[in-house]
Design a protein around this ligand. Structure first.
Ligand code: SF4
Length: 375
């Protein structure tokens, strides 16, 4: 059985927004990253810790994990503790709740051949909980209307809906490296209506390769992102801002550009990455050539360097306190807090303009800058 669904839950945000992207992505190879492998390792550890705690006969995967670290261990333990807390809570309301780990969830009733793997499902009377572990730090993942979790919710309803009287589906993202626990609830009726009215018809379009291409921030998860014409048109349209008159931009025009600049930059980088990859494979782009970028001198062998310098009567080493990430890895999160909690501070971050929907508190620009000057 294939591990990969053509219309997977994890890519659902993309194919729901741009249905023909599913077929287009099939033309590109999968490229697995270090980050993805690190995430897979941590998922294996999370599953093991939860199963062990639940008394399930399971094998410790640690020795086979390429990216195992103390930080990974801490994250997986936090996740296990969170699952156990949720389980204990639900036990107060239901006599026989069940926890399922790495559960295959089939939502093919709405999405042809659709299935996925839920990290943790807690089933009880009235409440179905879907908990998804995210190891990444780059993107903060929210549970609200998260279509991956909603697909899992449907799969879990299919499996357990006849055994328990479920009315509420609670979906949670557990992302410890961003200190993010994000939950979102829907009633069973709301979820099923979405499945019938939105998911099912859009999945049909996607499966058949129909529907309209539509660019947006979901493009960053698309394998075609570097060469997609729709995305190029969308971004070139943004770049073609009407600068005719007057000669300088006003605040409204700048605000409009600001809202588009991140997408524009990310598209430009994707096109560049794609072109470099193709050029390395031999493709010639008219007017361009491949050259070596700048590089810095490096030692051929550090041990030999240290040896030669020591013999010449000098100390080749510098002593530095480990950085916070390395120190956290060395001590583990708990010990780090215990020993160094009061010796760590967070300097003020560089001012950044973000959309008003961003959850961070607004800076009082004038006052904050004045304060900085006085200091
Ligand atoms: S890059 Fe964006 S617009 Fe193009 S196929 Fe992918 S998701 Fe659709």
């Amino acid at each position: 059985m294939s591990n990969h669904a053509f219309l997977s839950a994890s890519s659902s945000r993309r194919w729901l927004a741009c249905p023909p992207s599913a077929k287009l992505c099939e033309l590109f190879n999968d490229s697995s990253s270090t980050y993805a492998q690190e995430g897979t390792d941590c998922h294996a550890l999370c599953a093991y810790l939860v199963e062990k705690e639940l008394g399930i006969n399971t094998r410790d995967p640690t020795e086979n994990l390429t990216y195992y670290s103390m930080e990974m261990q801490d994250c997986a333990e936090e996740y296990r503790n969170y699952i156990l807390e949720r389980y204990e809570e639900v036990k107060k309301l239901c006599k026989d709740p069940k926890v399922y780990v790495e559960q295959r969830l089939d939502f093919s009733k709405w999405v042809k051949d659709g299935f996925g793997t839920g990290d943790c499902i807690i089933v009880a009377d009235n409440l179905l909980q879907i908990i998804d572990y995210k190891h990444g730090v780059g993107i903060l993942v929210e549970a609200e209307h998260n279509t991956q979790l909603m697909c899992y919710g449907l799969g879990a309803l299919e499996s357990f809906g006849s055994l328990y009287d479920i009315n509420e589906i609670q979906m949670t993202i557990f992302q410890p490296r961003r200190s993010n626990i994000s939950s979102f609830s829907m009633t069973k009726d709301e979820l099923l209506s979405w499945a019938e009215d939105t998911l099912k018809p859009t999945a049909k379009l996607a499966y058949e390769g129909h529907g309209d291409y539509s660019a947006g921030d979901h493009c960053r998860f698309c394998k075609a992102k570097g060469v997609c014409r729709e995305r190029a048109n969308y971004n070139l349209e943004l770049a073609k801002y009407d600068f005719k008159q007057p000669p300088t931009l006003d605040e409204l025009e700048i605000a409009s550009l600001l809202s588009q600049i991140d997408e524009l930059t990310s598209w430009a980088n994707d096109v560049k990455d794609y072109a470099i990859k193709k050029a390395m494979e031999g493709t010639h782009f008219e007017g361009f050539k491949l050259v070596e970028g700048k590089s810095n001198r490096k030692y051929v062998n550090e041990e030999n360097v240290a040896d030669v310098v020591s013999r010449a009567g000098f100390d080749p080493y510098e002593k530095k306190v480990l950085g916070i990430t390395a120190m956290t890895k060395l001590l583990g999160k708990k010990k780090f807090e215990e020993l160094l909690g009061s010796l760590v501070y967070k300097p003020q971050g560089k001012p950044t303009l973000v959309p008003e929907s961003d959850k961070r508190e607004e800076m009082n620009a004038m006052n904050d800058f004045k304060k900085e000057k006085i200091l």
